[in-house]
Write a protein that binds this ligand. Sequence first.
Ligand SMILES: CC(C)(COP(=O)(O)OP(=O)(O)OC[C@H]1O[C@@H](n2cnc3c(N)ncnc32)[C@H](O)[C@@H]1OP(=O)(O)O)[C@@H](O)C(=O)NCCC(=O)NCCS
Length: 208
Amino acid sequence: MNAAIRIRPFAETDETAVIALWREAFPYDPPHRDPAHDIRRKTAYQPELFFVAELDRAVVGTAMAGYDGQRGWVYLVAVSGDHRRRGIGRALMRHVEDTLSSLGCPKLNLQIRGDNAEVVSFYQSLGYQIEERTSMGKLLITDHTTGDRLTTPETSAATLTELVRMLRKLRVVIDESALLDDDAWDRRVIATKQEIDDLLNRRRFDHP
Ligand SMILES: CC(C)(COP(=O)(O)OP(=O)(O)OC[C@H]1O[C@@H](n2cnc3c(N)ncnc32)[C@H](O)[C@@H]1OP(=O)(O)O)[C@@H](O)C(=O)NCCC(=O)NCCS
């Protein structure tokens, strides 16, 4: 591995680079997955187990781990496309293993999407084995506006106020629909849709 690679805990200033890296490395992520929220959750809970690999001051890899007292888990192991096959992924995983071992964690688990078979060889090369398990899960929080339980009461109230305002506006648009000609109606609908998109996007990427 390149000696200049440094593995260190995530810092707030890494956020933009980490999100860009994840967007490149996990293009298939479902829409309910919001990287900014993933980061915020982790920095609120065991932040010391969220690592980045740094090369020449640039973030080129990540690994997010957790330990619940029984098992360790690792998520979001990623290396940027330009830097793969240079041992950075291995170094990140070793770092996670060493850190979790030092906490007394007896076993590290991870999940791989069914359509990401290529990565199996990576983990096998590090000594991981495929285990006969059925993986189950249930989504408890969606990161879209209405399901966002991470917001503070103040921001939730602000969102609600904005939503009510938007609904009132929609009602006016519907009421007016009979009075407007086709072009005016189209313009009105497009403008309103844009406002709704702006509102949703703002809620998705805000950091209250
Ligand atoms: C998986 C990933 C993190 C590996 O990072 P990396 O830095 O390229 O891995 P390393 O260079 O440390 O590879 C270590 C060993 O793993 C194996 N390996 C790594 N990538 C492999 C691949 N695509 N195919 C087969 N074997 C691979 C090799 O044995 C390699 O050693 P070698 O290069 O000496 O042959 C990287 O490919 C990636 O970011 N993928 C996209 C994101 C992803 O799917 N993450 C896993 C989610 S579960």
